[in-house]
Design a protein around this ligand. Sequence first.
Ligand code: G
Ligand code: G
Ligand code: NA
Ligand code: MN
Length: 256
Amino acid sequence: LELELDLRHAVERGEFEAYFQPIVALADRRLAGFEALARWRHPSKGLISPVEFIPVAEETGLIVPLGRWMLQEACRQARAWQQRFAGRPPLSVSVNLSARQLAHPELLDDIAAALAASGLPPTLLKLEITESAMMGNEGRAIEVLGRLREMGIRLLLDDFGTGYSSLSYLHRLPIDTLKVDRSFVTNLHANPTDRHFVETIVHLAHQLGLDIVCEGVEQAVQAEILAAMGVEFSQGFLYSRPVAAHEAEMLIITGL
Ligand code: G
Ligand code: G
Ligand code: NA
Ligand code: MN
């Protein structure tokens, strides 16, 4: 409850920060973009993990103003990098959307406003949605996702393979990319079953014209196996943990 009360004021007080984790093109180890991840710098408790405050924010509906702020901040930062590193291939930014945001009537306006205010091209914005975020409200979710895609925004299905995955989602959702959950990647190099599982997902995704991002890549051997399978993108502690914007900028400059 205390957390909830504090959370109510945290957006207005500017206590949130966007951290950034690199997403890497496996073919040439090029930095392709970042996932933006929320951090809460609480005045007395220090840095609080989203694992603690995102569920509270979702229950209370505070995820709507927090998510709006994350979208604005991620777009602003990605645009600043686009201008600062104009000679380099453009970097995308991925933002997580929760169920409450997806169901919110102002989501499309909020996103259009964040793009307009920042000047970020819509093609550089990616939105990460989980299957559970669409449950119970599927028709509406599919409509909203379709609109986002018409705006030029790319859509990722997050945590694929966990929760309520169903092949019928893949069939109906207007998405561009599958993000394979890290639980399939952790033992990829040691466990043939996990490897076959990922291989099958890759095959399916490519048949459907989707790209793949594998999360939770911590070891070079995992990246090698994924690259050999034809997985396009990789994300994990092998390259970097989620870091503050100024550290992300160092990664852009120095490479991975
Ligand atoms: O950054 P970290 O791995 O600790 O994030 C933990 C969880 O919090 C992840 O599941 C991540 O998707 C979620 N999360 C982080 N930032 C955001 C955000 O801005 N919006 C939403 N909806 N979830 C987030
Ligand atoms: O739920 P979501 O897919 O948005 O997950 C993002 C979370 O995953 C972040 O909290 C981030 O800290 C965590 N994460 C990112 N890379 C790795 C990794 O290589 N290993 C582990 N264990 N967690 C990771
Ligand atoms: Na995500
Ligand atoms: Mn995920």
